[in-house]
Design a protein around this ligand. Structure first.
Ligand code: NAD
Length: 502
């Protein structure tokens, strides 16, 4: 029998006010039903925000190091549950076990990092312009944070948002992707076990256009953090602007990996395979463009096509599987539409481009690694995010040209350069318009303690991961203490009296 799950609101597991549910399936075998999850409505969001508001009044007064201790405990619980979590995540999301283990590990690292930030939410003291007066600033929590997350990192991305928000003293309402609700359920279960007080973490399942939208539009939710597609993010941005909300957006990418003629080609080959086809190309940082120097173009491409065509597709839990399915039918249809666009645009299909054969793979949303060569800069295949295992190869003649092509898209998440030339490496770091640039490593592989995010249409200037995110989830407060016993006027009102008089 299929298990029916509930929302977590104010520490209670509640059925949705709508009494409606959606069923989640395994993308590698759609006959495998994972569970029924609440198809929540605005009334559920309303309850969750009310619970989060009540909890905020006490949670904000818990000392930050103590808030951090709870996150450390949660990190320990995630570590203890890593194998089971990873297996469940692969079942619901499709990527191979090694990758879901990595996804959990990112959550563990984020928990431990956040725990330590509880002892480091530094403010500043500065000398005052006046005698017998102290001037200082510190960080304050803001309130209820609405967190909306995508399917591709079912655990890591919710933790990137939730843990810093909590350490800073906020309470949260999480609306996870409807494609990976089980992982969010487990995360909140473990958080409850770790001892977070009721209402500090609330979970509302449901569709983006209903539950997500109600959260975005709720007037008592002053902070929103969204990761997902640029189209959805743009709509959320419009609402947040109108309602004066603080908003972090992490959106699409069209990441390029450049291989120069002096590169270590064996190393670059491994990097391209991992960057382009890891997570079935469904990473925001996935390598979706390969810019190959003309001198190594043909030999590199033939080795790449050979290796890519031999990647083993299957259920991510089975030993030996190298690439799982796409997340759902619409994702595969989108990939197929772009393969047709590539052909219409005159790109050369080198490998893949057709659904795989066989009864085993027919049970899920599988699609093979697909490579197009001769892709024209400016074409749709080269410009638009596909979010699947499709790699577009562009021939380039110089680093200058590679930089121009890399920068010629609307997105700016990550980029990579393979070269043995130190000068070229530094030029790339400086001139590639991306939030993250890797030298001699693929476009994927963020570390939990470094800022993560992109420029241009990928984001709106904020970062996740690292210390910068703690600024997003807190507000600067300034305090002055005058112990002179006299009315001292600030320099702006007192400047002409001269330094000695102040
Ligand atoms: P999506 O935009 O379809 O959904 C993301 C989340 O938004 C889901 O929880 C969904 O329910 C919700 N949502 C949808 N419509 C909404 C609305 N009107 N109001 C409020 N919430 C709404 O994205 P997806 O398919 O889950 O994820 C893939 C996308 O995410 C890709 O574009 C990828 O590049 C991007 N992504 C970006 C990053 C990054 O850090 N830049 C990381 C991972 C994924």
């Amino acid at each position: 029998m299929t298990t029916t799950y509930r929302n977590c609101i104010g520490g209670e597991w509640l059925v949705p006010s709508t009494r409606r549910y959606f069923t989640n399936h395994n993308p590698a075998d759609t006959s495998d039903r994972i569970g029924r999850f609440p198809d929540s409505g605005p009334a559920d969001v309303e309850r969750a925000v009310a619970a989060a508001l009540r909890a905020f009044e006490t949670w904000r007064r818990v000392p930050a190091p103590a808030r951090g201790d709870l996150l450390r405990r949660l990190g320990d619980l995630l570590a203890a549950d890593k194998e089971d979590l990873a297996a469940g995540m692969t079942r619901e999301m499709g990527k191979v076990l090694a990758e879901t283990r990595g996804d959990v590990q990112e959550g563990i690292d984020t928990a431990y990092y956040a725990a330590s930030e509880g002892r480091r939410l530094f403010g500043r003291t500065a000398p005052s312009e006046l005698r017998a007066k102290w001037a200082m600033s510190w960080r304050r929590p803001i309130g209820v944070c609405g967190l909306i997350t995508p399917f591709n990192f079912p655990l890591a991305i919710p933790t990137w948002k939730m843990f810093p928000a909590l350490v800073c003293g906020n309470t949260v309402v999480l609306k996870p992707s409807e494609d990976v609700p089980w992982t969010a359920h487990r995360l909140v279960e473990l958080a409850t076990e770790a001892g977070f007080p009721p209402g500090v973490i609330n979970l509302v399942h449901g569709r983006g256009a209903v539950a997500g939208r109600a959260l975005v539009e709720h007037p008592r939710v002053p902070v929103l953090s969204f990761t997902g597609s640029t189209t959805t993010g743009a709509g959320i941005g419009a609402t947040a602007g109108r309602m004066h909300k603080r908003l972090s957006l992490e959106m699409g990418g069209k990441n390029a990996l450049i291989v120069m003629d002096d590169a270590d080609l064996d190393l670059a080959l491994e990097g391209v395979l991992w960057g382009a086809f890891g997570t079935t190309g469904q990473r925001c940082t996935a390598t979706s463009r390969l810019l190959l120097h003309r001198k190594i173009h043909d030999r590199f491409l033939s080795r790449l096509a050979d290796r890519a065509s031999r990647l083993r597709l299957g259920d991510g839990r089975a030993a030996g599987t190298e690439m799982g399915p796409l997340i759902h039918e619409a994702a595969r249809a989108k990939v197929e539409a772009y393969v047709a666009i590539g052909e219409e645009e005159g790109a050369e299909l080198v490998t893949g481009g057709k659904r795989p054969r066989g009864a085993r793979l027919a049970r899920g949303w599988f699609y093979p690694p697909t490579i197009f060569a001769g892709v024209r800069p400016g074409s749709r295949l080269e410009q638009e995010e596909i979010f699947g295992p499709v790699l577009s190869v562009v021939r380039i003649g110089s680093l200058e040209e590679a930089i121009r092509v890399n920068n010629g898209v609307r997105y700016g998440l990550s980029s990579a350069l393979y070269t043995r030339d130190g000068g070229a490496a530094f030029q790339a770091l400086e001139r590639l318009d991306n939030g993250i640039t890797y030298i001699n490593a693929p476009t994927i592989g963020a570390e939990a303690h470094l800022p993560f995010g992109g420029v241009k249409d990928t984001g709106n200037g904020h970062r996740e991961g690292g210390w910068e995110v703690y600024e997003f989830y807190s507000e600067t407060k300034v305090g002055y203490v005058d112990y002179s016993g006299a009315l001292q006027r600030a320099q702006i009102d007192n400047y002409d009296a001269g330094p000695a008089a102040r």
